[in-house]
Write a new protein. Structure first.
Lengths: 752, 134
């Protein structure tokens, strides 16, 4: 450490003042004297200026003191104080300089005295004047001395202030003598009192080792005081201090500057020191904590990055999964559509066609086809295709163990399972079709066997544009689809069989219908027969009815012929005979009308009087009954009207009466008698026809209304009559016809 | 009885017919044709039999379908009284049952309806001739 020379100052002490400028020549005495007066005047001015300055300084001091009172900003204050101090000192120096100046003036004046001896008188006044001025000046100087004393007092105050400061303040001269330490500075450096601190810089340097984080151990020229002395202003420069022999160490924050005089010349070095060890430690702790935090943030960031990457990965996976899901959804949709097609399908071919079409349309497949295995050759024949079907042109696929049987379709059909080829272009199984597949952009394919009644009949094959198109779930769906279609095939087969059975059934039904129709024809024939029988009966009845009148008519005519020839025309006789003849003719005509009405079928239901119908029927068979001497007894209560078909009703009644008549003839009943009773009961009309022919044998009682049942010989009965009656009463008129035996005969009862 | 027979045989013809027009017409024609021969007529079988037993006419003309006692029964009853009685039955062709019934009775004359009056006259005359001859 080199010893620093005191810095040369521009303000040379008065002794060092350069010689006065050369004075003007003697002839210029007056001028000289004038010049002295001028100088005096300037000196006066200077003095007054000094006074003013002093006053200003005092004011400054007062302000500074006030500031010190209010502020503990050590350094600035100290600096200010120092500046003030410097100012005082420089003021002192200035005063001294002024004094010197004055002294020089006096010298000048003394020197001038001899020169002015000659003009003594002239100058006497001036001299006196000057003396007065001088006196005045001395008084001023006196005054100045007084004010210096006051300054020292103020300095003491300043020191007290310094003493009370928490920050250390060390003041050194320009040579590095640290002549003033405030108590805080002493304490800080581990000294016991001021005396210990009277270090010169060099000594201090040997005692303490200084270092900074940036520069390490500081070389002498980098030490704070040296830097300050070299003119630098330090501000909060943190330096670590160490006493190598004790291990004591602290961190101080240095601030400092040179205190300069009024003219800017450095006077002192003021260094303020703050012990920032704790603060520093705290700061370091903070820094460590900060670093730790940073480290952790870094770690966390890395972690986050990893997480983000993982997340991104997951997103990618999810996207992939979503894509797969989309495909899956498409396939689900496809499955749904296929299932619908299955429901709609009416035959195998249309089902296959629909399946292929739907697969391409809904499933987005490049190509879909269904192949059926030919049993003999093992060749898989295309029966339906949709999409890029040109791929299938001239294609050869078999279920045999050969190159063409090693593809997905071949494997699926041969083994009755399925095969998924997710890399069509590279799968050795599809080698036979690599070229063709590439041409059509096929990247993946899947084949699933189709079964009918548990037997493999072929397969469906789907082609996709993407590699790895079919994942596990797709495969499951495809298998489901295969199962569905197989089920549909079974169903269709069953359907076909069912339809055949149905057709057979239908034919049977038709056959039965035909039989029924035949039966109906037979019945119609029966009805016809019965009508014919009835007609025959009627003709017989007409014959009976007409025989008598015809006979009478014939006799009348012969009588007329005979008597007109014998007796000549007699107006009265002829008239009477003609009248009788016409009566006969009218009777016969009425009979015809009765029969005709009776045989004309009823067009519609109508209300009719049962009595009238009975009368008509009687009129028709009356002759026939009479011929057999069958007594007919009719008793009627009231005149009931019923709704229905009167001619049918009369036919029904006629059949019952004819049946009784025939039984009488057959059994040769003595005194045959038929009793017809008509009455009303509970809003129903009842008509009974009873005979005394011995009744109906019990064993046939429940058969007499059956069609074709007859007890008469084949030449007589048709077995239709009573059946017809029952049909008419019960079906056409919603009535009831029953038969029973009572009082030695049969009784039929019509209830309508 | 001889007298009675003579008287009866003299009393001539009995007609039994239920149809009023036919009976009237036939009785007029027969009474005119066989003038002088007693003529009786009845409208049912029983009164016919009573008249026969009362008058014992040579010839009996009867319809088949008669109330109370039909023509066949009447004929049978007359034959029981007088087997040689001449009986003419007026019959329709279809009255086959009656024809069968009369088959047991010999010497019954049938005249079919509608009655040809000349045929009936002829049969009546033949009956009288057989009576006279027998």
């Amino acid at each position: 450490m080199t010893k620093k020379e005191p810095i040369a100052t521009d303000h040379a002490p008065p002794s060092a003042r350069p010689p006065s400028p050369p004075r003007p020549a003697k002839p210029l005495k007056r001028a000289r004297c004038g010049s002295s007066i001028e100088r005096l005047a300037s000196t006066r001015l200077q003095v007054s200026q000094l006074e003013q300055q002093l006053q200003g300084t005092q004011e400054q001091l007062r302000v500074a003191t006030e500031q010190l009172d209010t502020s503990r900003a050590g350094f600035q204050l100290a600096e200010q104080l120092l500046t003030i101090n410097g100012d005082f000192q420089s003021a002192g120096v200035s005063f001294q300089a002024a004094n010197e100046g004055l002294r020089a003036v006096v010298d000048d004046l003394n020197n001038s005295k001899e020169e002015l001896e000659s003009s003594k008188e002239e100058l006497q006044l001036l001299n006196e004047e000057l003396i007065a001025v001088n006196r005045e000046l001395q008084a001023k100087v006196q005054e100045l001395h007084g004010s210096q004393l006051q300054s020292e007092l103020q300095l003491a105050q300043l020191r007290a202030i310094l003493d009370s400061l928490n920050d250390g303040v060390v003041i050194s001269d320009l040579q590095g003598n640290m002549f003033l330490w405030n108590p805080a500075a002493v304490l800080m450096h581990g000294f016991s009192d001021q005396q210990q601190c009277r270090w010169r810089y060099e000594d201090f340097a040997t005692l303490f080792e200084l270092s900074t984080e940036e520069e390490g151990i500081l070389p002498p020229e980098r030490r704070p005081l040296r830097r300050i002395l070299s003119g630098e202003t330090l501000r909060d420069w943190e330096v670590q201090l160490r006493r190598p022999e004790t291990g004591w160490q602290r961190i101080f924050s240095y601030s400092g500057t040179l205190a300069r005089g009024k003219d800017g010349k450095p006077l002192l070095a003021v260094t303020s020191v703050a012990d920032v060890t704790e603060h520093k430690r705290a700061q370091q702790d903070l820094q460590r904590a900060h670093k730790e935090l940073e480290r952790r943030v870094r770690e966390r960031t890395i972690e986050l990055t990893t997480t983000v990457e993982t997340l991104l990965e997951e997103i990618t996976q999810r996207e992939r999964a979503e894509a797969s899901l989309r495909r899956l959804n498409a396939l689900h949709e496809l499955l749904g559509a296929v299932d619908q097609a299955i429901v709609r399908a009416v035959d195998r071919d249309s089902l296959f066609r629909d399946f292929c079409r739907i697969s391409v349309q809904h499933g987005g497949f490049l190509l879909a086809w269904v192949g059926l295995t030919e049993k003999a050759s093992g060749r898989v024949r295309v029966v339906a295709a949709s999409g890029a079907a040109s791929y299938l042109d001239d294609i050869r696929v078999t279920a045999n163990r050969e190159a063409e049987g090693e593809g997905p379709t071949g494997i699926a059909t041969r083994e009755g399972t399925y095969y998924i080829c997710n890399d069509f272009q590279n799968d050795p199984h599809t080698r036979a079709w690599h070229e063709k597949g590439k041409l059509h952009g096929i990247r993946a394919s899947a084949a699933v066997a189709l079964k009918e009644q548990g037997r493999v009949i072929g397969a469906f094959t789907l082609y996709a544009r993407e590699k790895d198109f079919f994942d596990r779930q797709h495969t499951a769906l495809l298998l489901q689809m295969g199962a569905d279609i197989s089920f549909a095939l079974d169903h269709l087969l069953q359907e076909t069989r069912r339809r055949e059975a149905e057709q057979a059934l239908q034919e049977e039904i038709l056959e039965r219908l035909r039989a029924v129709e035949g039966l109906r024809d037979k019945e119609r024939l029966l009805v016809l027969q019965s009508r014919q029988a009835a007609l025959g009966e009627m003709i017989g009845n007409i014959a009976h009815q007409w025989r008598q009148p015809l006979n009478a008519l014939g006799l009348l005519i012969q009588e007329m012929a005979m008597f007109s020839a014998a007796d000549g025309p007699d107006g009265g006789y002829l008239e009477g005979t003609a009248g009788r003849a016409m009566e006969l003719v009218y009777h016969m005509s009425r009979t015809i009308d009765d029969f005709r009405n009776f045989f004309s079928p009823d067009k519609e239901r109508m209300d009719f009087r049962v009595r009238q119908v009975i009368d008509t029927v009687i009129s028709i068979i009356d002759a026939s009954l009479k011929e057999q001497r069958i007594a007919l007894e009719i008793s009627a209560q009231g005149d009931p009207v019923v709704n229905g078909y009167p001619n049918e009703f009369s036919q029904a009644l006629l059949n019952i009466l004819l049946n009784a008549r025939d039984v009488f003839a057959e059994r040769r009943i003595d005194r045959p008698r038929i009793e017809v009773k008509l009455w009303q009961e509970n809003g129903r009309t009842l008509l009974t026809i009873g005979d005394n022919a011995g009744g109906i044998p019990e064993e046939i009682l429940d058969k007499i209304f059956d069609p074709y049942f007859t007890t008469k010989g084949p030449d007589k009965g048709t077995g239709i009559g009573l059946h017809m009656s029952k049909t008419i009463i019960e079906k056409s008129m919603n009535g009831r016809l029953t038969a029973s035996n009572r009082q030695g005969g049969a009784q039929f009862c019509i209830e309508v | 009885m001889e007298r009675t027979d003579e008287a009866a045989s003299e009393s001539g013809i009995l007609l039994v017919e239920d149809d009023v027009i036919a009976r009237t017409s036939l009785s007029q024609l027969l009474s005119v044709k066989f003038r002088g021969i007693p003529f009786h007529c009845a409208e049912d079988g029983e009164s016919g039999l009573a008249l026969y037993r009362q008058h014992l006419p040579r010839v009996v003309i009867t319809d088949i379908g008669l109330p109370l006692l039909n023509g066949i029964e009447l004929a049978r009853a007359i034959r029981v009284d007088r087997p040689q009685a001449r009986i003419i039955v007026l019959s329709a062709h279809s009255d086959s049952r009656c024809l069968l019934a009369t088959a047991e009775l010999a010497d019954i004359h049938f005249v079919f309806k509608p009655t040809d009056i000349n045929e009936l006259f002829a049969v009546v005359r033949r009956c009288f001739e057989e009576e006279e001859a027998g």
